[in-house]
Design a binder for this molecule. Structure first.
Ligand SMILES: Cc1cc2nc3c(=O)[nH]c(=O)nc-3n(C[C@H](O)[C@H](O)[C@H](O)COP(=O)(O)O)c2cc1C
Length: 300
């Protein structure tokens, strides 16, 4: 498929139907068409965000800024190679209450935000819309001025929302940034999944196809600067689907929340009901120093 054919469309032009299809088709889009998203779709996405399952007691919420000019004021910020995200008619804004943590701890509110906002991103993808997560290339204080906040709420991330521009210049721009950040690249499953304990090789070929697809959906998750800091330890259980222990190689709570959403959604779509337990169940071996245990996905 050509990069950014519609932000989120099959080669036939139709938007993706299933969550797994949306996960496979989603791309970060940085050039948007001069066309607003219909009100009905925006209302649907905000209601979807309000009802989306959280990882914790709700510690985040999603709101929106509408209008190309208002969004452009917020996004007029170059950040290294990222450059400008241009022309977006809407901006989803992730607000959190509390991000303070002890040393080496991940802020639960940011985990929760990654989890909730990625569900909205995938729902937008299913509606044929283009998105781009941003934690760097926007002005947080200008965003804060544009949204109504409750006391104690801060802006923690934004997501550009609209239709992808299809002209050659837009494709060139998006393609260049994608190449610079290596956006199309993902580490192979063998590098991010271990069998039983940290460092023990796991073989996708020998794995149950459902487990392999769930982990493939995790592998395709977006992450800041495409860092892909997630690692999984698969722990087999007799007569039950295996548990998945998630660890991070860098303190990236939003990336962790995003990948947790991919695992939970892909597993549910494939008939595996399960839940994430934060911290609770320790991985069989903690891994090298600096590796941060996040939680365990417990299929029922
Ligand atoms: C938490 C997070 C923060 C991000 N911040 C930015 C950003 O500030 N600017 C930007 O252009 N892209 C940003 N991205 C997009 C990533 O660069 C992109 O997801 C990654 O390169 C993988 O490409 P893909 O989303 O097209 O699969 C961010 C992504 C995530 C998940």
């Amino acid at each position: 498929m050509a990069e950014h054919s519609a932000g989120a469309a099959r080669p036939s032009g139709a938007p993706p139907q299933s969550i797994r299809e949306a996960i496979h088709l989603r791309r970060s889009t940085r050039r948007y068409a001069d066309r607003p998203v219909p009100d009905e779709a925006l209302r649907h996405l905000l209601a979807f965000a309000d009802q989306a399952p959280h990882l914790t007691a709700p510690l985040c919420r999603v709101t929106i800024v509408n209008g190309q000019e208002r969004v452009a004021r917020i996004l007029s910020r170059y950040l290294g190679i990222y450059g400008l995200v241009q022309g977006a008619p809407h901006l989803l804004v992730g607000l959190v209450r509390e991000t303070k943590t002890g040393a080496g701890e991940l802020a639960p509110a940011l985990l929760d935000l990654g989890y909730v906002l990625e569900q909205v991103v995938l729902e937008a993808t299913r509606l044929g819309l283009a998105t781009c997560w941003m934690t760097g290339s926007y002005h947080p204080e200008r965003t804060a001025d544009e949204v109504e906040r409750e006391p104690g709420e801060i802006v923690a991330a934004t997501v550009a929302l609209g239709y992808a521009r299809q002209d050659p210049l837009a494709r060139l721009h998006d393609g260049t940034i994608r190449r610079l950040v290596g956006a199309h690249r993902r580490k192979p499953l063998e590098e991010i999944v271990f069998a039983g304990e940290w460092g023990v090789p796991w073989s996708p070929e020998e794995a149950d196809p459902v487990l392999r697809e769930v982990l493939e959906c995790a592998r395709l998750a977006p992450s800041a600067k495409n860092g892909q800091p997630w690692r999984f330890v698969v722990e087999s259980r007799t007569e039950k689907p295996p548990t998945l222990h998630l660890c991070l190689t860098a303190p990236a709570p939003i990336d962790a929340g995003i990948v947790m959403a991919h695992v939970a959604l892909a597993a549910a779509e494939m008939g595996i009901s399960g839940r994430w337990v934060l911290g609770g169940v320790a991985p069989p071996s903690p891994g090298p120093p600096g590796v941060i245990p996040v939680g365990t996905f417990l299929p029922e």
